[in-house]
Design a protein around this ligand. Structure first.
Ligand code: UDX
Ligand code: ADP
Length: 464
């Protein structure tokens, strides 16, 4: 089966970059990315390719090459579904904020809406690919909706979880460790659909990295991978607190441990806490599924990863208050970085949001600088927590365009995202313009201690 037309529903952090790379690597396939968000689609079509809605290194170049040739962005969802042989569903699946499974289960309403729309529009056979991170057995639900509400069309459902990390998405897509494709491999039709997607990726990914499994294994593998990665971060963060008490240094511990080839060096960097749209959501999802099967020990074990992460964020904020003589009331605290990690403008679940919220509860005045995050996003993130009115958030939090503006006259500076440019700042100048004693809190182990202490800073870094 030869795929000629691909449609992707959802032009977000996953759908956008993934489709751009598929289009670039498969010039003979037409790829149309659709979204109900008109503003987002308009930005993807912006003449100046630097204005696409997602900041991701290397992405503008890829979009520039393929857009208008075989890569299209549109709000006409029906037309794109109708034309496609293969439809990727790449819509958001946030944690439920209401009803059964509130705060834990993934909200599948956007997925279900997509399925119903596909069922309504499709007139010929389609391969439907789950790209969003989903709870195990979502494919079954999808198939149920499609088969029971469709126009007698034959659907094959594949699971093709995304492993790209934001900030390195283009490279992760170009050189993936593996691509996982789950399908109904025991039937001829199912196998044909799996092979069709394998052929798409085989344009640039070596065959031995294309793993095919049954659908359930594929869905569960994605959640497991994220749980393992998050667990490593929580493990090293747990050690960071112990390091601070014992005089050990978490970076040294992490290096020594990571050199054990059985453990490996990646994802052992202690921080103010992991964020992002996946880790917490996927673990909560696993916790919810485990509980629903009565596997309480499994659920508790996994949940501890989140508990540790929340503790790390709170602990960092509390350290600031405690160090500033137990009160930050009316004090100006500069936060450098708001994104959940460097090289992205994504702020979902960013530790910065929770640190800011904690400090605001302690009546601090917050000034934020992030090189890529828009002002409105910062307010939206705080408003979403519902801790105080949005007027109060706007009155107490100021967002500025540069690090020096943020740090001038501040009582304390906290580094919350590991943007490279923060390393290169003129820290002497920052020190000079701050109130004394000048407190500097490094939540990312980004800055070198000695040079900062020589300048005169009271320096605190996670895990040392
Ligand atoms: C993650 C997975 O890596 C990716 O495979 C999946 O598809 C989506 O979820 P992402 O959330 O984009 O990707 O970023 P990731 O690089 O995994 O970082 C997640 C969080 O953990 C960030 O806040 C990061 O700062 C933090 N982190 C990561 C640490 O604190 N220490 C580390 O050693 C690594
Ligand atoms: P992710 O990180 O998973 O890509 P995003 O929130 O960045 O998540 O992107 C998901 C996109 O899916 C959003 O732009 C949203 O507007 C879009 N979306 C959600 N539901 C639908 C739908 N039924 N049809 C089209 N687009 C949708």
């Amino acid at each position: 089966m030869n795929i000629k037309n691909i449609c992707c529903i959802g032009a977000g952090y996953v759908g956008g970059p993934t489709m751009a790379v598929i289009a670039q690597k498969c010039p003979e396939i037409n790829v149309t990315v659709v979204d109900i968000n008109e503003e987002r689609i308009k930005a993807w079509n912006d003449e100046n390719v630097e204005n696409i809605p997602i900041y991701e290194p290397g992405l503008p170049e890829v979009v520039k090459e393929a857009r208008g040739r075989n890569l299209f962005f549109s709000t006409d969802v029906d037309a794109a579904i109708d034309k496609a042989d293969m439809i990727f569903i790449s819509v958001n699946t946030p944690t439920k904020t209401y009803g059964i499974g509130k705060g834990m289960a993934a909200d599948l309403k956007f997925i279900e809406l997509c399925a119903r729309q596909i069922a309504r529009v499709a007139k010929d056979d389609k391969i439907v690919v789950e790209k969003s991170t989903l709870p195990v057995r979502t494919a079954e639900a999808l198939k149920n909706i499609l088969d029971n509400t469709g126009n007698g069309v034959n659907y094959q459902i594949l699971s093709n979880p995304e492993f790209l990390a934001e900030g390195t998405a283009v490279d992760d897509l170009m050189n993936p460790d593996r691509v996982l494709i789950g399908g109904d491999i025991d039937t001829a039709k199912g196998k044909e659909a799996v092979d069709a997607l394998v052929d798409v990726y085989a344009h640039w990914v070596p065959r031995e990295r294309l793993l095919t499994t049954n659908v359930w294994s594929s869905e569960l593998s994605k959640l497991t991978a994220n749980a393992f990665l998050a667990q490593r971060v929580s493990s090293i963060n747990a050690m960071s607190e112990l390091c601070e008490k014992t005089g050990a240094d978490v970076n040294e511990v992490s290096k020594a441990v990571g050199m054990d080839s059985r453990i490996g060096a990646k994802f052992l960097k202690s921080s103010v806490g992991f964020g992002g749209s996946c880790f917490q959501k996927d673990i909560l999802n696993l916790v919810y599924i485990s509980k629903s099967f009565g596997l309480h020990e499994v659920a508790d074990y996994l949940e501890q990863v989140i508990i540790m992460n929340d503790h790390q964020k709170r602990r960092f904020a509390a350290k600031i208050v405690q160090t500033l003589f137990n009160t930050v009331s009316g004090k100006k605290i500069a936060l450098l970085g708001w994104a959940f990690k460097k090289d992205t403008n994504d702020t979902r679940e960013s530790a910065a949001i929770y640190v800011a919220d904690y400090l605001l509860n302690e009546q601090a005045e917050i000034v934020v600088y992030d090189p890529k995050v828009k002002t409105e996003q910062i307010y939206a993130d705080l408003d979403y927590l519902n801790t105080r009115s949005s007027e109060e958030n706007r009155a107490r939090v100021t967002v500025v365009d540069g690090a020096y503006e943020a740090t001038k006259d501040a009582h304390a500076v906290a580094v919350l995202t590991e943007w490279d440019e923060f390393k290169e700042l003129d820290w002497q100048k920052i020190y000079k313009e701050m109130l004394k004693p000048a407190f500097l809190f490094d939540g990312r182990r980004l800055l070198e201690r000695k040079t900062k202490e020589d300048i005169g800073f009271e320096f605190y870094a996670i895990g040392s």
